[in-house]
Design a protein around this ligand. Sequence first.
Ligand code: SAM
Ligand code: DTB
Ligand code: SF4
Length: 326
Amino acid sequence: MNQNIKFHQKKNQNIQEDNISKNYIKSLFLKPFNDLIYEAQVVHRENFNPNKIQLSTLLSIKTGGCSEDCAYCPQSARYNTDVENEAILALEEVVEAAKAAKASGASRFCMGAAWRRPKQKDLDLVKEMIKEVKNLGLESCATLGMLDEDQTKQLKNVGLDYYNHNLDTSPEFYGDIITTRTYQDRLDTLKNVRNSGINVCCGGIVGMGEGLDERVGLLYELANLSPQPESVPINLLTQVEGTPLHGKEELDHFEFVRTIAVARIIMPKSFVRLSAGRESMDESTQALAFIAGANSIFYGDELLTTENPSAEKDQKLMQKLGITTE
Ligand code: SAM
Ligand code: DTB
Ligand code: SF4
């Protein structure tokens, strides 16, 4: 085995055992791009088949009219965006969307709702949706806002596989983005999800006007969750007219790819998802993100309320790159 690979394996073992410091994370970000990508690719190959990615399809099961003030989000009732508020979807509509997702090759179906936290009558309906998704042989995922212990237990009991709840950014920058729930609220929900035995899907957003220290701070919080999240979505802000973050200076795509690479190195066993923002990226940027260790995408023509590359376009890209699916 070559010396470099031995070196990385040793470092990986240390990463699993020790607290990952902010200085170490920052030092990764500051490496020459080629060195960082090489290191990420080595870690990636030690832990995953580098030519396989996992496909998750999203469906917004309850759109708009949300009471929260997340500055990036077109679904907040506080901002004047083009999003039309919709009541919760009927069970049959969700089943149809899940069937279509399965037919086009997704392995996981993720249901998102614009809630601060779900009410019991809504949760009862979501539980039925989860059962149906499972019956189709798909992995199930939900993102419904904050959950207490009893709610996570209910979701586990119907077989929910993953719960998505993002930390979004660093604790220091968080107050600039959201005021209606605290960082600790998010950590509490994540603890309830973890304790109930549901897999954790937790990531964040970059390109919100944050600096390098905030990107370091986000990855520091994610990597020090114990155990680390099974899935880590890294979203590039999709700027939506009417939201407070519309018009922010765009993040350089190399800095986005660096964020993926650092996430891969410090969370070697997690699926790192190249998430929102692909619509603004050319194929080369996406290929760089895969080389940097991204091994999951949101797959399907829509995210929740914004556009995503079409399934056909993604199939062509995967074919060009010789990538197959998990
Ligand atoms: N309402 C629930 C919540 O916030 O917990 C679940 C759905 S919410 C839309 C899920 C995540 O989508 C957010 O935490 C955020 O990270 C991401 N997101 C929302 N709007 C986005 C945007 N415009 N660009 C990138 N990511 C976004
Ligand atoms: C996540 O990290 N990204 C997804 C999912 N989890 C729920 C959502 C992205 C939303 C992008 C804006 C929209 O389409 O509304
Ligand atoms: Fe509501 Fe979630 Fe959007 Fe925040 S991110 S405004 S909680 S839908």
